[in-house]
Design a protein around this ligand. Structure first.
Ligand code: SAH
Ligand code: SF4
Ligand code: F3S
Length: 480
């Protein structure tokens, strides 16, 4: 077992970053007007959470946030590498942002996140995007203040994707969360699973768990600040704690967090089927604050493909697992990720995937066409299917799921659900003025008197669509 304390970024290092923040702040105070920053985030919730840290540091530095890149003095683009499409989009917008430097000598452009953590991408930016000022990888996030200060002080362009792939955890840096009642709460970073198609373990490093007391302290703080819908984040939350050596697993952590008093909901993602357990389902079912929502990606229904994906479970084991979860939580809202067109996938393999979709009866499915990621084992596997065949499978999958979705949505007609109001709706009829989420995370547009963001309300569902449920507020109140 590794010495956990060695994984924490030393407090002296954090203090050094806080000092850099202060130096930039003093400088910004001298400006006639507070300078502005603009952040753009690609990718998953982990990246969104990272952007909140970067935004937190920038706010402390005296920058104010703008949603208009043209107004910004600092632009930060937080990138994703999971599929080729995401990378192409980033390069597209970088052209636009760097062009702004024609007329803006005071603009600093930064790129960070998973995509830039790759050596070949770093080289491409070096050569083809000479106006990008700072490139920093996922392991360097906490050093952003220092890198920005160096560049402002006139250093040459900075490319830092170093850092320990075994990873470090930085506590005690500021965070600027999006407004509203929802908050991300990272409980661990990195991934050890090396699914053969996936770039994440290469760009995010090894699994490392935050200490339970740090997570609990952050949760208490969030609840006190009025956050009501809190999502615990990790690439595979089910392996939480394995590296800590304190005999605590994810279910134990959930139970500990659930004991924190307050009116809030706890969700988590993502769960890997190979590590999800009956203990987890029991903890969810018995919890006061834990939502009955499970995102349990199965990727493919074919045992042959699952093996070549290195997923560590079979179709049968997966189906038994979701059966068990539904026994514990009959009201479970279940979602999954699927990859269509993995190298070597045959029509028969694909039929197995459709079979799991039909048996699983998912509320939400996230479906992806396989995208080759250089450096991953799957990138060199032979692949006979054409793009058209894959696209055809993809379309058929969407059709099957759409029918299931419709049925599942319709089944909520006339049911009473507790909804957390989290925003104003833009429904065209103007009747359903607010929107919110059920315990399972389903979107509901709500009508009623005196609705406030942050209210828990019982809602009776009066109509449904594929995209949303529509309901009338009956009464306010948190049930836990
Ligand atoms: N850690 C999470 C998800 C990470 S990436 C998990 O294991 O579930 C989110 C989703 O992107 C994956 O579940 C997978 O369905 C998809 N994905 C990852 N790599 C991909 C690739 N190379 N091509 C297409 N989809 C991919
Ligand atoms: Fe990628 Fe697999 Fe890790 Fe998820 S569990 S991040 S799919 S390697
Ligand atoms: Fe993308 Fe990185 Fe998330 S590759 S999906 S932003 S972990």
């Amino acid at each position: 077992m590794m010495d956990f304390t060695s994984r924490q970024v030393p407090q002296t290092e954090i203090a050094r970053q806080l000092d850099c923040i202060e130096q930039i702040r003093m400088r910004n105070l001298l400006q006639p007007q507070a300078p502005k920053f603009f952040c753009q985030t690609f990718g998953c919730q982990q990246n969104e959470a990272d952007t909140e840290r970067i935004a937190g540091m920038l706010c402390e530095m005296g920058y104010t946030r703008t949603e208009d890149a043209q107004q910004a003095n600092v632009i930060v683009v937080n990138t994703c590498a999971v599929r080729e499409h995401a990378e192409k989009r980033v390069f597209g917008i970088m052209g636009r942002y760097t062009h702004m430097k024609d007329t803006r000598s005071d603009l600093t452009i930064c790129m960070c996140g998973c995509m830039v953590q790759q050596e070949h991408i770093k080289e491409k930016i070096k050569k083809s995007y000479p106006r990008v000022d700072i490139v920093f990888g996922t392991h360097m996030l906490w050093r952003f203040p220092e890198l920005l200060l160096q560049r402002i002080n006139g250093s040459k362009r900075i490319f830092d994707i170093s850092g320990d792939p075994k990873g470090e955890i930085a506590e005690g840096l500021p965070v600027q969360r999006d407004e509203g009642c929802h908050a991300w709460l990272s409980i661990m970073y990195g991934c050890n699973n090396f699914c053969t198609y996936c770039i994440v373990p290469y760009v995010r490093g090894r699994e490392r768990s935050r200490k339970p007391e740090d997570i609990e302290a952050e949760l208490r703080c969030l609840v006190e600040q009025g956050y009501r819908d809190i999502t615990l984040l990790g690439q595979n939350v089910n392996s939480y704690g394995k590296d800590l050596g304190i005999g605590m697993d994810f279910s134990d952590l959930l139970a500990r967090l659930d004991a924190v008093e307050g009116e809030y909901r706890l969700r988590f993602m993502t769960s890997h089927p190979k590590d999800a357990s009956e203990k987890l389902f029991a903890t969810m079912a018995n919890g006061k604050h834990i939502s009955h929502q499970l995102h349990l990606p199965f990727q493919s229904g074919s045992n042959d493909i699952l093996k070549r994906m290195n997923r560590g479970y079979t179709k049968e084991a997966y189906l038994a697992l979701i059966q068990k979860a539904k026994e514990y939580m009959p009201d479970l809202v279940l979602s999954s990720d699927i990859i269509v067109g993995f190298p070597g996938e045959t029509e028969a393999d694909f039929q197995q995937t459709l079979d799991v979709v039909r048996q699983g009866q998912y509320d939400v499915l996230y479906t992806f066409l396989y995208s080759k990621r250089s450096g991953t084992p799957a990138a060199t596997m032979p692949d006979a299917a054409t793009h058209e065949e894959k696209q055809d499978r993809f379309n058929r999958l969407l059709k099957v799921q759409e029918a299931i979705n419709q049925q599942r949505q319709d089944a909520y007609q006339d049911r009473e659900l507790c909804v957390l109001i989290d925003g104003m709706s833009n429904s065209k009829d103007g009747v359903y003025t607010h929107c919110g989420r059920t315990d399972g995370g389903l979107l509901v547009l709500v009508r009623g008197d005196d609705l406030q963001i942050g209210d828990f309300v019982d809602v009776t569902i009066e109509k449904t669509s594929l995209r949303a449920l529509y309901g009338r507020a009956l009464r306010k109140g948190y049930h836990g």
